[in-house]
Design a protein around this ligand. Structure first.
Ligand SMILES: Nc1ncnc2c1ncn2[C@@H]1O[C@H](COP(=O)(O)OP(=O)(O)OP(=O)(O)O)[C@@H](O)[C@H]1O
Ligand SMILES: [Mg+2]
Length: 329
């Protein structure tokens, strides 16, 4: 069995005024993998990261990082982790290189070793060309990469990235994804990344845990999670609104067709093999003279997984959380 870089068991954390941010959180992360903690606003992701980086203490439960207990062996843990928090951490008036040097020095690197390692991480994160620029004058994507360079200069075994791509342009986000994948490969580092972007977890993570209200609702590789939802999603758009009853009548008794929902002029259903169901479904609808505008078949997404486990759509949840968060802070 692979060594576990992170082992979390039954973490509970309540904040004053009764918010139970973590409610029995458990998961494990094998060494040298990228683990995605995926959840909407307020799910407890940052709270978990703070506890795993020894910045906060759980009320109960246990967490081991690189084999050390985050409470009893906090110093050992701190030496082996890097943290890139939700907020930018570089000193804006110092240059990109100075920021990385300073961070390396805080972890005991010096002299030639520090200079060499600094240049190495700057090149790894494509920052060599802007090394002399003040961090404050860097673009959003560059600043994030400076944060990551600062997070890895001391060669941590485990790197936490708390929503590293929030607020970045889509193309810069994709660039950062490939930087992170390269990091795992080149440095053999274990990354725990939190995100509320489903496609980010899907693109990057070896394993994902979906967190909701301080608990893991499901965990596994993106592929296994999607396979748990058997079959494909079939969507049919009609030329005009149809009655649900008429559609159900037309499709009655079709083998394997499941979860039929009708929404105005759209029909959603699940079928074991979408492509095979299309001609049969179209034939039945044709018999009833229901004019079809388009048909599509898609494989389940992580959003479908989230819906299946929580009964809510991820996107609307995250949006609601984001606007609520905006008002309170
Ligand atoms: N210092 C605090 N005092 C009181 N409540 C807190 C504190 N920090 C977090 N909470 C609450 O704990 C819950 C979990 O918060 P947390 O920041 O861990 O969520 P998150 O998953 O990181 O969300 P986001 O995606 O918005 O960053 C939320 O309900 C939040 O309001
Ligand atoms: Mg957070």
């Amino acid at each position: 069995m692979a060594e576990m870089a992170i082992q979390v068991r039954d973490l509970v954390k309540s904040y004053p005024r009764g918010v139970r941010a973590l409610d029995g959180l458990s998961f494990v992360v094998p060494e040298g993998t990228l683990f995605g903690l995926l959840g909407p606003n307020g799910a407890g992701k940052s709270t978990a990261v703070r506890i795993l980086s020894t910045l906060a203490r759980a009320d109960s439960g246990q967490a081991l990082v690189a084999g050390y207990d985050v409470v009893r062996q906090a110093t050992e843990v701190r030496r082996r982790i890097g943290l890139v928090g939700q907020r930018l951490s570089a000193v804006p008036t110092a240059t990109v290189r100075e920021n990385v040097l300073l961070q390396g020095r805080m972890f005991g690197l010096k002299g030639r070793a520090l200079a060499t390692r600094t240049d190495e991480v700057l090149s790894m994160l494509a920052l060599s060309d802007v090394a002399g620029r003040q961090a404050g004058f860097c673009s959003g994507g560059m600043k994030r990469r400076v944060d990551i360079a600062m997070g890895i200069v001391h060669r941590p075994r485990v790197l936490y990235l708390d929503e590293p791509t929030t607020g970045l342009d889509p193309d810069i986000r994709v660039q950062l994804w490939s930087d992170l994948t390269a990091l795992v490969r080149q440095e053999g580092i274990t990354i725990l990344l939190t995100t509320h972007y489903l496609e980010e977890a899907d693109a990057l993570a070896n394993d994902i845990a979906i967190i909701d209200s301080g608990r893991i609702v499901t965990t596994g590789s993106p592929e296994t999670l999607k396979q748990k939802l058997r079959g494909d999603t079939l969507q049919v758009e009609f030329e005009s609104d149809q009655s649900e009853e008429a559609i159900r009548g037309a499709l009655a008794g079709l083998d394997g067709l499941d979860e039929i929902r009708v929404d105005g002029r759209r029909l959603h259903a699940r079928a074991p093999i979408g492509g095979a169901a299309v001609p049969v479904v179209l034939a039945r609808l044709g018999q009833e003279a229901m004019a079809v505008r388009s048909v599509s078949v898609s494989q389940p997404t992580l959003d479908d997984v989230y819906l299946a486990y929580t009964g809510r759509r991820f996107a609307t949840q995250a949006d609601a959380g984001a606007s609520a968060g905006g008002q309170s802070s």
